[in-house]
Design a protein around this ligand. Sequence first.
Ligand code: FES
Ligand SMILES: [Fe+2]
Length: 391
Amino acid sequence: MQHTTDSPALAHRALAHLRNKTTDQAPSTMVQPVGAYSDPERFRREVDRIFRHLPLGLALSIELPEPGSYRAMTVMDKPVLMVRGQDGVVRAFLNACTHRGAQICQPGSGRVQRLVCPYHAWRFDLQGQLTGLFGADTFGEVSPSTHSLVELHCVERVGVVWVQLTPGEALDVDAWLGGFAGPLGGLKLQDWHLYAQREIPGPGWKATWDGYLESYHHNTVHPNTVGKFTIGNLILHDSFGPHQRLVFGRKSLAELESVPEAQWDSVAESHMRRIHLCFPNLAISGILGDHCLVSQVFPGPTPETTITRQTVLSAREPVTDEQKAATAAFSDIALRAVRDEDYAIGFAIQENLRAGALQAFTFGRNEPGVQHFHKTVDIVMRTPVGQLPDC
Ligand code: FES
Ligand SMILES: [Fe+2]
């Protein structure tokens, strides 16, 4: 299901590491004082700067498959309504009626012809324009120019709907994605089938993200789930501005040595696993053959909690018993690896942060993804709102 022209080059890099027992590395270790994880004031500033002023991957295009498809969700306390118009364009609004603030659509998804407020039946078209109100003769002066829904900057690219939560702000999403649009586009996210979606409570957003950014823990934390298939501590790390791609070697990687290189275009990909991380909230982690896991991580109200919206995709709708069993098994393994393994460790880390057990954490040279993430946070924090961070 993915673009594989760079598979042979990545396989060469991974095999060299396998032979030499090496991995991509950062130039040095990095010491991170624990205030980066636990200081509530710093948390408040970072969440505001990062999550309220940068484009977030809020939905997959396939969640809004046709004109009238909508998804309503609360993101960082903001009620967001995304809807695909008759013109095929996805738009985002604050899910707040301009009369007296009722939510136009209940959280969730569905399909509508137009938007009708459940409180007093004000009507809006799919572009958010006020088109009519019940008892208009009796109400008094209102007009579409003053009472249309509040629009949020929203752009659909590479199969993802990107939304900025602060009205009136509009960063250039193409510039924000930069060179990452190529690798992301190669995943063809718009062509997959949405199999399952769920929300998982997790530890603080940094402890959560750290777990997505290295394979150093795979053998120890995931011996019976994802670690069964990946070579622990072998990582290819490429950054694209604030975003990152990690490639893990699968345990079968060594078999490639005996496959003629002319065939690598078609087979190399099956011996690797790619993770794409879009700063600050979206991970496309773990395409395995015909299955893919998408994770959206949103900070909770304190530095200690997150909600992860986990979406399981399959290449096509599973139809046969065999396909259904394979997709269910992938979905189950993804849930267990994240909820019962990664997040269990993360909650214990939060407990130790609360206890003041350590002054600082150390990120290894073999954890370049973790280092890049924390450095990106710092760069964004030094960048004025409205400017693209120079990562
Ligand atoms: S609050 Fe929406 S119509 Fe009154
Ligand atoms: Fe993990």
